[in-house]
Design a protein around this ligand. Structure first.
Ligand SMILES: [Zn+2]
Length: 323
């Protein structure tokens, strides 16, 4: 076993412990990071995890939706997240966690790009940035992997085809990051351009680190995780129909975060071309010309300190090490 492999294994064990202990250990570590150079206040009790009921007891009917690709209307295909990519499954009893994480990294490298320090560059010569693209999702610019952009357009088409479109109007969203904001041996799906955060200031992450735990919605006793977020259940349900996994289900209860864990080859049913596209097609959101706007400036992740008491926002999200 090489030193690198040994370090990887040690890191994974630490990560697994972190996972089963909710994020107590992580909270302590990041609290220290956030308060570097200052006297640390007494730790506040962690918010209790909220119950995670089914997204919608009676799944609503979504009419078949399609998007315009290369001038043709192509049918979107509903499909689920792949279980081997869901982080919570890597630490289940009887699972070889090292192997599971390594396999998930290999798959993401092959499909979405090689991120230095994780996986093998032989699996993909390009970094995730190479495959990134800026699109508009529900009117908000977001930079993601090109294939995931297709999945997002399917989600948007489905939202627009149901009353869900009128139930929520987010004002911010974030996609790809060029530094790994996850602490430990894991790597954030944001790095691969396959994760999306919607309105971090209104959709909580009560299992994350301060200041996220201090959000008023995290202090409230609730009967459902959906009571700790602005986004409605209907949106979660529709994302999940098109290959996205919602981290509200994870111990972090990261309700702003979706990650595409479906099969990128299954996003569209290319055998089901609907009709010639018109220029005013309902889902014809062509990508803008600039593929690399600096939604998240590249650079060292520790450059901007978290300011205790500052309003929750993307800056704090990036530096707190949440996914
Ligand atoms: Zn996220």
């Amino acid at each position: 076993m090489s030193n690198k492999r040994a370090l990887f294994s040690i890191g994974l064990v630490a990560f697994a412990l972190l996972s089963v202990a909710t994020s107590e250990a992580e909270a302590g570590k990041h609290g220290k990071t956030a308060a570097a150079g200052a006297t640390e206040p007494a730790a506040k009790p962690r918010p209790a995890l909220a119950p995670d009921p089914p997204a919608e007891e009676t799944p609503r009917v979504i009419p078949p939706v399609s998007i315009v690709v290369d001038g043709a209307q192509v049918r979107c295909r509903e499909h689920a997240a792949q279980p081997f990519l869901i982080r919570g499954n890597w630490f289940k009893k009887g699972t070889d966690s090292n192997k599971a994480l390594a396999e998930a990294i290999r798959y993401r490298t092959e499909k979405y790009g090689y991120f230095q320090g994780y996986g093998n560059p032989k699996d993909n010569a390009h970094p995730p940035r190479f495959y990134s693209e800026t699109v508009k999702f529900m009117g908000l610019p977001v930079t993601v992997n090109q294939k995931v952009a297709l999945a997002l357009r399917c989600v948007e088409a489905a939202l627009n085809a149901t009353p869900a479109k009128d139930e929520y109007h987010p004002h911010s969203a974030g996609g790809i990051r060029f530094a790994n904001t996850y602490r430990g041996s894991e790597i954030s799906n944001h790095v691969y351009g396959i994760a999306l955060d919607i309105e971090p200031d209104r959709n909580t992450c009560c299992g994350c680190v301060a200041p996220w735990t201090e959000h008023p919605l995290c202090q409230r006793r609730v009967t459902s995780i959906y009571d700790r977020m602005a986004m409605p259940k209907s949106w979660v349900a529709i994302f999940e129909r098109f290959g996205f996994y919602w981290l509200g289900h994870d111990v972090l209860q990261d309700t702003m975060h979706f990650e595409f864990l479906g099969d990128p080859e299954k996003i569209l049913d290319r055998s089901a071309t609907v009709a010639p596209a018109t220029s005013a097609g309902p889902a014809s959101s062509a990508a803008p010309a600039n593929p690399f706007p600096a939604l998240v400036p590249p650079g060292p992740p520790a450059a901007r300190p978290v300011v205790p008491g500052a309003p929750l926002g993307l800056v704090n999200l990036l530096d707190a090490g949440v996914r």
